[in-house]
Write a protein that binds this ligand. Sequence first.
Ligand code: DGY
Length: 332
Amino acid sequence: MTQSSNKPRILVTRAIFPSVIERLSAHFSVESNPEDTLWDRPQLMARLVDKVGAFTTGTERIDAELLVHCPQLRICANMTVGYNNFDLPAMTAAGVLGTNAPDVLTETTADFGFALLLATARRVTESEHFLRAGLWTRWSYDMFSGAEVHGSTLGIIGMGRIGQAIARRAALGFGMQVIYHNRSRLDSATEQALSARYVDKTTLLQSADHIMLVLPYSAEAHHTIGAAELACMKPTATLINLARGGIVDDAALAQALRNRTIAAAGLDVFEGEPRVHPGLLTVPNVVLTPHIASATAGTRQAMADVAVDNLVGFLVHGQPRTPLNPQVLALR
Ligand code: DGY
């Protein structure tokens, strides 16, 4: 849907809250996508050619090839905290600002980490499928016995804002021992406040009862968990991936779940999503959700509002809220 006016032109790539379109329309001529059509790359490029800004949702690849075709583009504002869809060096070189939406989804995502952990360790979906299939005929002492969550050891890989929110829940709510591994170690006051102990990756893999992945995706983080890492984990362990597809080698994980190298996994993100590795769809000991860790109405609204703040802040007032490559601001 296009509005013609002399206002600066921006693109909203996917269907979004009406309030977002209203706020943006006060400042810009907005081309939106109320039908939520999934544009392929040439379609996206064609729509961006005459735009100065884009409201993006974390899945649109913004790289040098696209930027060459969009000389007027000044800003791409993700409504997600993750920004692995941005080639940030290429954007900086082209003078295009990238922004994301940190903070507003931290607690909601941490809640979901526990939803997945509890569902996985306590076999909630597996037992529900059994019940719905009409297979429940009597109570038995060992039916769907799972792994203890309270009092167990939680290993967190990636100790940013979301990792820390998970650590707080683990220690205070579930009496868990928290160990973590991260590119950089937290200062000792923060470690103490979180009751979290830094360990190397191998120690974490070998000693955690449950492992949660909350690190950002990068080339170095690709397949942080593969066959070798799965083999290090306890056979009773559960693995939770809230981070990004590609952090786990999903083929290796499907094999490990089938062989019971580890007990179970809870996955909200997948390599090549929305496709899911077929091996994961046929094993019972995995809980699968369609990238919904931040999906509450309030949080998704807050995430979208950050993206709007960034577009208006930058294009109207020269001051974005959460810039990823602030070097670009000096170019204005
Ligand atoms: C993010 O914000 O990066 C999430 O993965 C989207 O829910």
